[in-house]
Design a binder for this molecule. Structure first.
Ligand code: NAP
Length: 444
């Protein structure tokens, strides 16, 4: 008997789960995605100038076109059908819904216009329909990015790259135009701990040293002579390499470059300043005690027009699914939420790791399903699966996007690209649906 599995979310973790299930055979997999477009963070999160990273979708495309797999885009669980209905239709449901919400900074003034969390900011420049209207204020000379992770580096880099440097990217046109016209001179990267504790990857940090129009700088006295003793060997090597890069930045960079990116370590935000909108950020000098951040009481006010907290993400609640509010993820044990309900990726373990880190979750979910669910299905207890979903969507007159529809959107985006860009993205669902209504032909 064929096992029927619904995977909710078509980002990397959803695709890795599908691949793992396909390897077992005797399975029908339906990928259910809220947006018309697949690939989750590869399309909407990975930086638009990191096209090599996006090539991972080639493997996902093969999976999506496997005859055992069907794609149902533009279908939202909780809006179009309930979690209970979904679980009633499928032998197993795997949630791969990611962590789409920004973690709050938790400081006064955080709600002022001009504070734009990295989920919204990255979503905006990547053409994610949820953030098409974000319109971040880019009329100031300085922006502050809070956080010392790779997302903070992405945001800082995209803010200072020239239009020429972004030409071969798939940045949303509106964002490219707004950033290209911005009078921005400085981006400050604020880290509450030091360079040793920063979570930058070496490759991403090194890239900051070769920006066409921006010098990258850091005060030399913020850098220790060498990686501290006592770190595990692998961490010590990472830290040593990052320190070497940062020491290069301490030389001050090319003064002829009109912009700069400045690292400010040991600085934690304490208040957003401003009346009707962001006018600055008050930060406090910190020290580390046993690796923990403590305030020194010394504060500084940094004038700026835009603050992008890039401090990590949270998953969101789904009706009928237990949520761990403290950790900001779905409550689960090793990816199992309940019999027949599993989770993978960032909604399972929080926002960590690289794209490939999600593979392990998929393998584990597939193995648990094989153990827990397959025996019942083999005994004839299978559920309706795809036929049931199609019937329900048709009864509700819901319009879903199948994989050929996505290929038509993909082709139209590629055809509209100019100047070395791989694609020109549609940034609204309405535009994608209108394209399909026109049989995939470009609009007037
Ligand atoms: P991250 O790596 O967890 O970094 C979050 C940063 O925010 C840390 O420096 C953290 O400092 C800081 N932070 C947290 N709360 C804060 C607060 N209240 N005030 C000030 N600072 C605060 O998260 P991320 O950058 O969002 O990245 C998420 C995952 O995606 C990571 O695994 C990352 O490597 C991956 N990613 C990879 C790439 C790439 O490979 N090119 C690109 C983008 C993202 P503390 O350390 O002090 O907590």
């Amino acid at each position: 008997m064929t096992l029927s599995v619904a995977i909710v979310g078509s980002g990397p973790s959803g695709f890795y789960a599908a691949e793992a299930l396909l390897q077992q055979g005797e399975v029908a997999i339906d990928l259910i995605e809220r947006l018309p477009t697949p690939f989750g963070l590869v399309r909407g999160g990975v930086a638009p100038d990191h096209q090599t990273t996006k090539q991972v979708v080639r493997a996902f495309e093969r999976t999506a076109q496997d005859e055992a797999v069907a794609y149902f885009g533009n279908v939202e669980i909780g809006r179009d059908l309930s979690m209970d209905e979904l679980r009633g239709l499928y032998d197993a449901v795997i949630l791969a819904v990611g962590a789409p919400a920004d973690r709050p900074l938790g400081i006064p003034g955080e709600g002022l216009p001009g504070v734009v969390g990295s989920a919204a900011f990255v979503g905006w420049y990547n053409g994610h329909p949820d953030f098409a209207g974000t319109d971040p204020p880019l009329d100031g000379r300085r922006a502050v990015v809070v956080g010392n992770g790779n997302v903070a580096l992405d945001v800082a880099r995209v803010l200072v790259k020239t239009p020429q440097e972004m030409a071969a990217s798939d940045i949303a046109c509106e964002a490219a135009a707004a950033i290209g016209a911005a009078p921005l001179e400085e981006v400050v990267l604020l880290g509450r701990r030091g360079p040793v504790e920063a979570r930058f990857s070496y490759k991403e940090l090194r890239e900051m040293g070769s920006l066409a129009a921006a010098a990258t700088v850091v005060a030399e006295d913020q850098l220790p002579e060498e990686a501290p003793a006592g770190l595990p060997e692998r961490d010590r090597r990472v830290v040593a390499r990052n320190l070497e890069i940062l020491r290069g930045f301490a030389a001050g960079g090319d003064p002829a470059k009109p912009k700069r990116v400045r690292f400010e370590f040991y600085a934690r935000p304490v208040a957003v300043l401003g009346g009707a909108r962001v006018e600055g950020l008050r930060w406090e000098r910190t020290a580390l005690r046993d690796g923990r951040v403590v305030g020194t009481g010394e504060t500084h006010d940094l004038p700026c027009g835009l603050i992008v907290p890039a401090i990590g993400y949270r998953s969101i609640r789904l009706a009928g699914v237990p949520f761990d509010a403290e950790r900001g993820r779905l409550r689960n044990r090793d990816g199992r939420i309940a019999e027949g309900l599993y989770c993978v990726g960032w909604c399972r373990r929080g926002p960590s790791g690289v794209i490939g880190s999600n593979k392990q979750d998929g393998d584990q979910a597939a193995a648990t399903i094989a153990r827990e669910i397959r025996p019942r299905v083999a005994a004839g207890g299978g559920k309706p699966g795809r036929a049931g979903l199609r019937r329900l969507l048709a009864e509700r007159s819901l319009r879903w996007i199948d994989y050929p529809d996505w290929l038509a959107i993909d082709a139209a985006e590629r055809a509209a690209a100019t100047g070395g860009a791989p694609r020109r993205k549609f940034v609204t669902v309405a535009d994608m649906l209108a394209l399909l209504d026109r049989g995939g032909q470009p609009g007037a």
